[in-house]
Ligand binder design. Structure first.
Ligand SMILES: Nc1nc2c(c(=O)[nH]1)N[C@H]1C(S)=C(S)[C@@H](COP(=O)(O)O)O[C@H]1N2
Ligand SMILES: [Mo]
Length: 404
């Protein structure tokens, strides 16, 4: 286990002191001044359109270049989210990469020697591991800052469907990094995607990339080439993506093409401009963060109508980056009274827990609430901490339904 908040604090000090390599405050100003000027790095891949797989409206809500899973589409599904309904978060668009021509470059000042290269066959020959890991966007639930808390935040207004659990198979990043030859003073590891560069406000921020400490990279990170037993599909990072357990989705870089290993702290816009908590409660430079929080969702769409007087089985799922879920309480009366939900099925690798509760509503309008507590006793608050970019919404969500 690594101490993420210690890492975040030390990187915040590096950044504030100008010890930032990769993306300093100066870069931020220079970029703002050069808005509209040609890109930092040429985009290596052809884009096929924002998302390749079909997005039928009964399974997805499309939000710009992204697609959110409808929670009603997970009812009666198994533990894992099938590929046909797994959410997609694309900064630009899904590239189509020829797996036979693909290779991964590992390079940087944290390596003992020159760059190392691995193609897909090299990776498949190394010892493989399969793990159940939750991928969740740090902005999942963002829409509820406005809908439920009356606060305005910027970013994709996700409901609760920017999350999924899949079985990821691949090779440990530590295996590959050790083969590449780590120096003793290596500190940070930064994967970059082969999707088109991210351009925002007329500024080309280069390929999607975000650093992590070497300790995390050596701990539990996978280079995944299979999802739910199938070759990784294009929208989820084919041929190879990074999977970073417990961390915010942006850490799990899709379509990985290069991994920089550095002997100095690394920065990118994805940990300086974005994925920081800004707002009245936070430091002026924003508070960096890496870990996901704790949430619950009912497997139904808000506004569902049930038959009055008939028993209905409410089902849902809860998950926490802190560890397995210990308890879920459900309220069918807007939070006045709570009942424990019954757990069903496993919690593979502690990724999420499915639960259910029977309810016989009389005719009327209701608000359903579910509140989870994890093994550390962390529980969902009534109100999420406002931050201007709307990350880490963890409050108990109020779901309106009716019985008629
Ligand atoms: N190269 C690349 N990797 C990326 C992204 C991206 O746009 N490009 N989006 C990130 C974000 S913000 C999230 S939440 C997850 C989403 O993974 P999924 O699309 O497989 O659900 O991928 C991450 N990895
Ligand atoms: Mo994300």
């Amino acid at each position: 286990m690594i101490d993420e908040s210690g890492y975040d604090e030390s990187r915040l000090r590096d950044w504030a002191a100008g010890r930032a390599r990769g993306f300093s405050r100066r870069d931020l100003f220079a970029l703002a001044a050069a808005a509209g000027v040609a890109g930092l790095v040429p985009s290596p891949a052809q884009a096929a359109g924002p998302i390749v797989k079909p997005l039928p409206p009964e399974l997805f809500t499309v939000l710009g270049t992204n697609a959110e899973t409808r929670w009603s589409a997970l009812k009666d599904q198994g533990y894992y989210v099938p590929i046909d309904r797994f959410f997609v978060r694309n900064h630009t668009s899904t590239p189509i990469i020829d797996a036979a021509g693909w290779h991964l470059e590992i390079s940087g000042s944290g390596l003992r020697g020159d760059a190392a290269h691995f193609d897909l066959r090299d990776l498949r020959r190394l010892p493989a591991e399969t793990r159940a890991v939750t991928v969740e966007c740090a902005g999942n639930g963002r829409g509820y800052y406005s809908k439920q808390q009356g606060q305005s935040v910027s970013g994709t207004a996700w409901g609760l469907g920017a999350v999924g659990v899949a079985r990821w198979r691949g090779v440990r990043l530590s295996t590959v990094l050790r083969r590449a030859g780590l120096r003793r003073d290596a500190v940070d590891v930064q994967p970059s995607g082969l999707d088109p560069n991210y351009v925002t406000g007329g500024v080309d921020l280069g390929p999607v990339r975000r650093p992590m400490p070497l300790a995390k990279a050596l701990d539990d990170v996978l280079l995944a080439y299979e999802m739910n037993g199938e070759p990784l599909p294009p929208d989820h990072g084919a041929p190879v993506r990074v999977i970073v357990p417990h961390w915010i989705g942006i850490a799990s870089i899709k379509w990985v093409g290069r991994i920089e290993v550095s002997a100095e702290p690394l920065f990118s816009p994805w940990n300086t401009q974005f994925y920081r908590l800004f707002g009245p409660e936070f430091p002026a430079d924003g508070l960096p963060f890496d870990r996901q929080v704790i949430k619950s969702a009912f497997e139904l769409d808000p506004g569902t109508t049930f038959t009055a007087g008939r028993r209905v089985r409410l089902t849902g799922r809860s998950w926490s980056a802190g560890g397995p879920i210990r308890k879920v309480e459900v309220s069918t009366d807007g939070g006045a009274t709570w009942r424990p939900a019954r757990f069903h099925g496993p919690s593979h690798d502690g990724a999420w827990q499915r639960w259910e509760l029977d309810w016989r509503p009389a005719a009327g309008a209701y608000e359903l609430l579910a509140r989870a507590t994890d093994v550390h006793g962390d529980t969902q608050p009534e109100v999420a901490r406002l931050n201007t970019l709307g990350y880490l919404f963890d409050a108990v969500v109020r779901v309106p339904v009716t019985a008629a």
